[in-house]
Design a protein around this ligand. Structure first.
Ligand code: ATP
Length: 213
């Protein structure tokens, strides 16, 4: 989760998790410095953009030295809220919801799936991966109780908007929408949309139409 990042432009903020993952890998393999060219090759962002991005958090690379990995990681851990746990809930435990329930978000970040919600009587009341599945009717109370402000939405598309309306009543601030439905939310709520089918179709389209690029 990217916290309020002050002066950092949104485009830069979006690239932070990308940089973070690679810098963490470098740190774990004992590397203390990295050049923007090296980073550029690894994360596929051009080095001028990397230098500009890094200048926002006061990391000015030195010629012949590059960037200090620990310094940047320290900045990231604060900016990306790595130092505090973010509780997340999954709404809709179908095929995709179940897969995400089993995904270990804690591996790299302090993100914890604390609860899941569904309407299917066969699923409600069960526990998967230590995560309890509750009925949707209990969602509002339980989200507040567990301080959940971020949810992953994996309900059927035609249920998306009504479910979101209920989420808004529970003061949810961020929704990762895996349904193909476009959902309406007030300005203070952020929705990020991941439509796997469209992504795959786009990839196939590009392969077919721009085979050499
Ligand atoms: P499955 O094979 O388990 O049905 P699926 O991903 O193909 O998986 P969907 O029809 O997309 O199934 O439903 C996803 C899940 O969302 C199901 O577990 C379903 O019970 C649940 N669900 C349906 N409506 C709601 C709702 N309003 N709120 C929460 N969960 C819901």
């Amino acid at each position: 989760m990217i916290e309020e990042t002050g002066k950092i432009p949104q485009a830069t903020a979006k690239r932070l998790p990308l940089y973070h993952r690679y810098l963490k890998y470098l740190h774990e393999s004992g590397k203390e410095r990295v050049s923007s060219a090296e980073l550029s090759e690894a994360v596929k962002v051009d080095s001028a953009t990397i230098r500009r991005d890094f200048s926002y958090f006061g990391a000015l690379g030195k010629k012949g030295y590059g960037y200090n990995v620990s310094y940047i990681l320290d900045f990231f851990s604060k900016t990306l809220s790595q130092d505090k746990q973010t509780n997340v809930a999954i709404i809709g435990v179908g095929n995709l919801g179940t897969a995400l329930l089993h995904y270990n978000f804690m591996k790299n970040n302090n993100i914890k799936i604390v609860a899941a919600f569904d309407v299917d009587a066969n699923k409600v009341g069960t526990v998967q991966q230590n995560i309890p599945i509750y009925h949707l009717n209990d969602m509002q109370d339980l989200l507040k109780e567990n301080k959940v402000e971020v949810v992953i939405l994996t309900v059927p598309s035609d249920e998306a908007q009504t479910t979101v309306d209920r989420l808004l009543e529970a003061d949810v601030k961020g929704i990762l929408n895996f349904t193909p439905a476009r959902i309406s939310v007030p300005k203070h709520v952020r929705v990020h949309h991941i439509d796997l089918t469209t992504e795959l179709q786009t990839l196939i389209y590009f392969l077919e139409n721009y085979p050499n690029k």
